[in-house]
Every structure is written in C-alpha cells, then in structure tokens.
Design a protein around this ligand. Structure first.
Ligand code: FE
Ligand code: FE
Length: 269
C-alpha cells in the first residue's frame, strides 16, 4: 500500500507532468490533430487499417523502429521512444516481477507509433485521443482548437451512441493505440497476450475518459474492468518518464527473451 507521503508526491508529480502551454510545439501539434481528426477521417482510417498488409516484421524490429521516433505531442519526453518503452516496462517489473504480460504491455504499448514509418502525419499517430460522434468534453487538451473540427457542436452529449453501448463501438480519434490493437488482434495466433492487456493498449491515450471522467455513460461491464487496468497502467506510463534514460544491456536482454517467449512469429502490420 502507498502511504500518504507517496500519494501527495504523486499528485505533485502529476501536476508537473503533462503541462500544456499555449504556442508551444504541443499546441501546434494538437491544433492540427483537432482540425483533421473528424468522424469521417476516423472512419476512413479504420477502414484503411482493417487490412494489415503494409509489411511483415517481428516484434523486435518494431521496437527498434522506435529508436528513430521522438513523440512531438509529449511535453515530458524528448528522447527516442524506445527508451520510454523500457522505462515503462522496468517500472512495472519492479512492482510486479511475476506479471510478465503486464511487463510486455509496458514494453510494447507504444509500438503502434511505427505508423510514422508508413508515412502517417504525427497527428494521426500520437496525442491524447477523443471520441467522435458525440459532444467534445471540455477537458480535452487544448479544447479551444477543436473549434476548427468539422464536427464541432454537431452532436449532443450522447450523439450517435446509446448509453452502455461499450467503448469498443465508439469512433475514437485514430492513432497508435488503435493501430497496435488491430495488429495484435489480427495476429492473435502469433502471440500469447490476453485480451485485457490488448484493451489497456487500445485505450491508454483516451485521457478524457480514464483521467477526465468523461464518456462514462457509454461504458459496459467489461469497460469497468478496463478502466481500472488502464488507470493502474497509466501510473507506470507517466511517471517512468522521469527515470534513468540509460538502458542497460542486461535489461534489453531480459526483454528480448521475454518477447521471444510471448511472440511466436513475424506479425502482419
Ligand atoms: Fe502511448
Ligand atoms: Fe507511453
């Protein structure tokens, strides 16, 4: 159990991380994203990536591609993304040394960012996600820039959805969460990760939901469980950004074997 000191430390840290100021690179990033990620755009991307015939590669190769990617939406990380992958996994390993699937989830959760290598613009790869087809809640980061979205003020609170319809039926802005989820689902015979870990990956950037408390009316029973898991996961994803950026060779070796144990073959991306 965390004691009171740890808890206040965490609240303080949370306030320091994820600070979004105006006229920063993050601001211009989200302005582009919010202008372009409309419901029609999401439907088109969903369709495009329902067929995964872009390339074949194993999970190690995908991880190494993140050596070349720095996330422009993140105010707290200016290292290449593969470091963030190891940092997240290592935080998890310290707390849950036996939970290998959770460690792998930490390691691979951002691998969908390889979308950049398929030529997608950053605003279709990273950033906090939000739901299309219903009202935009004001807790969305840089909410004001959503005024340029074609769907702004088009829908009421529930929009095109019914209460309790389940998160899986929502159109969510497209990016690395949904792409990696699709890849893992499509290649389900080639890895041993259970569904609940896939769901963490699918919704980890939906900040208005897991941190902002929005979209709760759409949740079904399964989503209650996912919410708990995503919030637990988010602590590792977020706070690990302050950890050592030198990744030891022995650490890399540990995860290499772990991936070999859970991924059996090349994946279709
Ligand atoms: Fe992410
Ligand atoms: Fe992450």
């Amino acid at each position: 159990m965390e004691n009171q000191n740890d808890l206040t430390e965490n609240v303080k840290k949370k306030q320091m991380l994820r600070t979004y100021n105006i006229n920063t690179p993050q601001y211009y990033f989200y302005k582009e994203m919010h202008k372009n990620q409309s419901i029609d755009y999401v439907k088109e991307k969903q369709k495009q990536y329902s067929i995964l015939n872009n390339r074949k590669m194993d999970i190690h190769k995908a991880l190494s591609l993140l050596d070349e990617y720095i996330d422009p939406s993140d105010p707290d990380v200016d290292e290449e993304n593969s470091i963030h992958a190891y940092q997240t996994a290592e935080r998890i390993r310290k707390k849950y040394p036996e939970n290998k699937q959770l460690q792998i989830t930490g390691l691979i959760h951002d691998l969908g960012k390889v979308l950049f290598s398929l030529g997608e613009p950053s605003w279709c790869v990273v950033g906090d996600t939000y739901v299309l087809g219903c009202e935009f809640p004001e807790c969305i980061v840089y909410y004001d820039t959503l005024k340029e979205n074609p769907d702004f003020k088009k829908y009421d609170k529930n929009g095109i959805y019914k209460e309790g319809c389940g998160l899986d039926t929502l159109y969510i802005s497209f990016g690395h969460d949904e792409y990696l989820y699709k890849v893992l689902q499509h290649n389900s015979g080639k890895h041993k990760l259970e569904t609940k870990f896939l769901d963490i990956i699918r919704y980890h950037s939906l900040y208005p939901w897991h941190t902002g408390g929005e979209y709760r009316q759409f949740m079904n029973e399964k989503d209650e469980e996912t919410l708990k898991n995503v919030n637990m996961f988010n602590e590792f994803d977020l706070y690990s950004k302050e950890d050592d950026t030198d990744i030891d060779e022995s650490v890399k070796q540990y995860y290499k074997s772990l991936l070999d144990e859970y991924f059996l073959d090349e994946l279709e991306w």
